[in-house]
Design a protein around this ligand. Sequence first.
Ligand code: SF4
Length: 365
Amino acid sequence: GVPEVPARQVAPRRRSREIHVGPVAVGGGAPVSVQSMTTTRTSDIGATLQQIAELTASGCQIVRVACPTQDDADALAVIARKSQIPVIADIHFQPKYVFAAIEAGCAAVRVNPGNIKKFDDQIAQIARAAKDHGTPVRIGVNAGSLDRRLLQKYGRATPEALVESALWEASLFEEHDFRDIKISVKHNDPVVMIEAYRRLAEECDYPLHLGVTEAGPAFQGTIKSAVAFGALLSRGIGDTIRVSLSAPPVEEVKVGIQILQSLGLRERRLEIVSCPSCGRAQVDVYRLADEVTAGLDGLEVPLRVAVMGCVVNGPGEAREADLGVASGNGKGQIFVKGEVVRTVPESRIVETLIEEAQRLAERMK
Ligand code: SF4
């Protein structure tokens, strides 16, 4: 299962209103959750449920599915019922699908104020239906689909424009006494996105869903998301995150979890502390680090393993970690919990570390 207790915190969390997306609490100090979105046709129930199962196995806690057609809307009830994690229906343009998603038992619906002008006169009915079913609404503002009125006012999708769009939409729901809301204000530029969320965090107490939209292919998107989420989460801002990558959604979840672990907002599992190697290295650090990482894959315990190339920082880091090796002269000193337990030839470093890691993991179970 997903560890609930943060190991340590970078900053006090912003106080936000708590909502519930199915059984997952978002806001109100609940652990920051990781979500993703399916890439299958939602109307293909089998394929969508299969992808949701893969996402669930990778640690995804909330999943969003697109709902652009009536066939997709018709599939929601089965998907929502059979999914192991809460399902959010992602709706642009058509209010009728919002009602369908609420009726289908989706854990939440996402609406985009830039695309839902026609919704304005139907907000009262949406608010009533959502309230009756206990279904929260995500107001998801996107730079790429900002309301034309706001584009004219601000010239482009500035942080102010994104925030105004979100708060205006929220106010329409508030008029009907509906506050079961979370908000996102996504932009593809982390600088604009960070500023938008910072302002939004000050101006409301709704929980915030963080995202850099159209972040790009895996390498670039991972960095953009890590930088943007890091800047916000380190100030306590953000209640649930979605990394957007032009890559399979399971990759988004892995990156999201790693970001939370890096900030101490999620308990770390296996962590390899390996040196970058340098002219002093006396072993092939890259190979050692890769082999140890591969050998320990799937070890479900929090373990810090140090793989160090020489005796300069090696013994220090190895001693600080749960387990480590400091190499020198074709040999490796193996540390367990700060003590040297043996010295082995270089050829046996990897197998010895894996053996010791498994022994430690057994003790921790
Ligand atoms: Fe270089 Fe040794 Fe530091 Fe690795 S531990 S980077 S080999 S000085």
